[in-house]
Design a protein around this ligand. Structure first.
Ligand SMILES: [Zn+2]
Length: 179
C-alpha cells in the first residue's frame, strides 16, 4: 500500500512536504468535533480527482496536511482499483458535515469524487455502477430529483473542467437507471 507521503510526492511535485510521519497521520479521520453541521442538502456535486490514482486516505492526507483543511474535502470517494477497490465507495467527511469541494456551494451540497482524470481517461464501469447506486440512495434520503445532481463545472462561479470532459451529465443520469 502506497504511503500518503509517497502519493503526495508523486502527484504534486511542488507540494511543500511536511514531516512524512505527520503526512501519513493526516490520512486518518479527525474527530467529529472539527466539523460544522449542514442545515440541509440541496445538491449532489460530482467531481473527479484529476489524478490517475487515489483513495479517501491519500486525499484526506493531502487536504489536511497540504491544504490545511480540517478534513478531506469530499463526502464520498469512488475508487478506480488503484489505492482502493474498483467501484469501492469510501466515506470521506461525514454526509452531515459542511464539505470543502465547491467554492461558495459547500453549505448545502454533498461532494462525490471519482478517482481518475476524466479529461484523459474514462470512469470504469464499476465506478459508474457504484455512482448510480450512491446517487439513487442519496436522492431518496434527501428527497431530491435528478436535477439536483450537478457537475462541478456547471456550478455558477466555478471555473474548472472538473469532472473532465469524459464524465458527462448524460452518463451520470444513465448510471442511476442501472438495475
Ligand atoms: Zn471538482
Amino acid at each position: 500500500m502506497q504511503s500518503c507521503a509517497d502519493w503526495i510526492t508523486d502527484n504534486f511535485e511542488d507540494a511543500v512536504n511536511p514531516d512524512t510521519d505527520d503526512l501519513n497521520r493526516a490520512g486518518e479521520k479527525p474527530p467529529d468535533s472539527v466539523y460544522t453541521r449542514m442545515k440541509g442538502v440541496n445538491s449532489l456535486i460530482i467531481h473527479h480527482s484529476a489524478t490517475a490514482t487515489g483513495s479517501a486516505r491519500v486525499f484526506r492526507a493531502f487536504h489536511r496536511a497540504i491544504n490545511g483543511w480540517v478534513d478531506i474535502g469530499y463526502h464520498f470517494v469512488i475508487g478506480n482499483g488503484s489505492l482502493s477497490e474498483d467501484g469501492e465507495v469510501e466515506e470521506g467527511r461525514p454526509p452531515w458535515a459542511v464539505g470543502a469541494h465547491a467554492r461558495k456551494h459547500n453549505g448545502d451540497t454533498i461532494g462525490i469524487c471519482l478517482v481518475g482524470n476524466f479529461s484523459d481517461t474514462y470512469p470504469t464501469e464499476e465506478q459508474m455502477k457504484s455512482l448510480g447506486m450512491l446517487l439513487k440512495s442519496l436522492l431518496s434520503e434527501y428527497d431530491l430529483s435528478s436535477s439536483s445532481i450537478i457537475l462541478h463545472r456547471d456550478l455558477s462561479g466555478c471555473k474548472t473542467v472538473c469532472p473532465g470532459k469524459n464524465l458527462t451529465r448524460e452518463i451520470i443520469i444513465n448510471s442511476i437507471s442501472y438495475p
